[in-house]
Design a binder for this molecule. Structure first.
Ligand SMILES: [Zn+2]
Length: 296
């Protein structure tokens, strides 16, 4: 048990570091692409050296390949600079090469990923008796890596890039499909529940998106594919949206009261949907039991 927790914590820290890399590289890629297209639009013939440098950079910014660099001075990082959390603490939050501060986002994301991994194992609502539960558990861990990247990205730039959403959905869907084929006691109802969950998480946002003049972002619709697949029942999907609304309201309330934030100002909704998915996945059965007790 303790060994499992230590392994999960280490794995979480390393994958948290991967999340930071995915977020940074995805952001850089989108900046390069938008700069290239704006250069093309103005039909400027002087494609500056800066832009061609960025273009070659873009090829090096593949998410899975390429060495990690300092976001500020682009110096390649040595293995000793890449130890999650500890490198940041040891270097007192500064780059070894240019001495510019490194965002607190790096250690915070690494610690969050480790916390998600460890708490998911401790709080997992079913016991790990069969291979089916382990499959669902590891599918969730793999999916949570993509979800954390999306939460960070949406939090910072109010966007859920499809480049991250679709691979995350693929991971979640593959795990769910294998589970249904190999382990679900009632395959048809498992399939219908999965479809129903996505109808709630994606379908609802699709309606809001089209009826409300872009009150929410289109990314919330595609994110629904992931959260619906993870929750896999319409009831949990409804519960998740309920919790996400509460979390979002609690977050927006202080700004609304102090009038620093208007009703029209944008807040990222993705992080709340993702946090609510985590809550419902781990506490869903407990919440259901409690609710049924209230009724009887
Ligand atoms: Zn640097």
């Amino acid at each position: 048990m303790i060994l499992t927790l230590v392994v999960l914590a280490c794995l979480g820290l390393c994958l948290g570091s991967f999340v930071n890399a995915v977020v940074w590289r995805t952001r850089q890629q989108s900046l390069v692409t938008s700069r290239q297209s704006s250069v093309k639009k103005t039909n400027s013939r002087r494609l500056s050296t800066e832009d061609s440098r960025l273009a070659t950079k873009n090829n090096q910014l593949s998410i899975l390949k390429g060495r990690s660099v300092c976001p500020n001075c682009l110096h390649e990082l040595a293995p000793r600079d890449l130890i999650p959390v500890f490198s940041w603490l040891f270097l007192r939050g500064r780059c070894r090469y240019c001495h510019k501060p490194i965002s607190k986002q790096y250690p915070i994301v690494e610690l969050t990923m480790a916390a998600v991994f460890v708490s998911s194992y401790i709080l997992w609502p079913q016991d790990f008796s069969g291979a089916g539960q382990w499959l669902l558990f590891s599918t969730w861990l793999a999916t949570s890596v993509g979800l954390l990247a999306l939460a960070v990205y949406d939090w910072r730039w109010l966007l859920l890039p499809n480049k991250v959403v679709y691979p995350t959905f693929l991971v979640a869907a593959a795990g769910r499909a294998i589970y249904i084929v190999g382990y679900a006691p009632d395959k048809l109802s498992a399939l219908l529940n999965w479809a129903g969950a996505i109808a709630v998480t994606s379908g609802l946002f699709y309606l809001i998106y089209n009826l409300s003049d872009k009150y929410i972002g289109g990314g919330d619709i595609t994110l629904g594919l992931v959260t619906g697949t993870i929750l896999a029942t319409p009831f949990k999907a409804v519960l998740m949206i309920f919790f996400a609304s509460i979390l979002g309201t609690l977050f927006a309330l202080p700004g609304l009261i102090s009038k620093s934030r208007g009703f029209q100002s944008k807040i990222p909704y993705g992080p709340f949907l993702i946090a609510a998915t985590f809550i419902v996945l781990l506490f869903g059965p407990a919440i259901t039991d409690w609710y049924e007790q209230l009724l009887t």
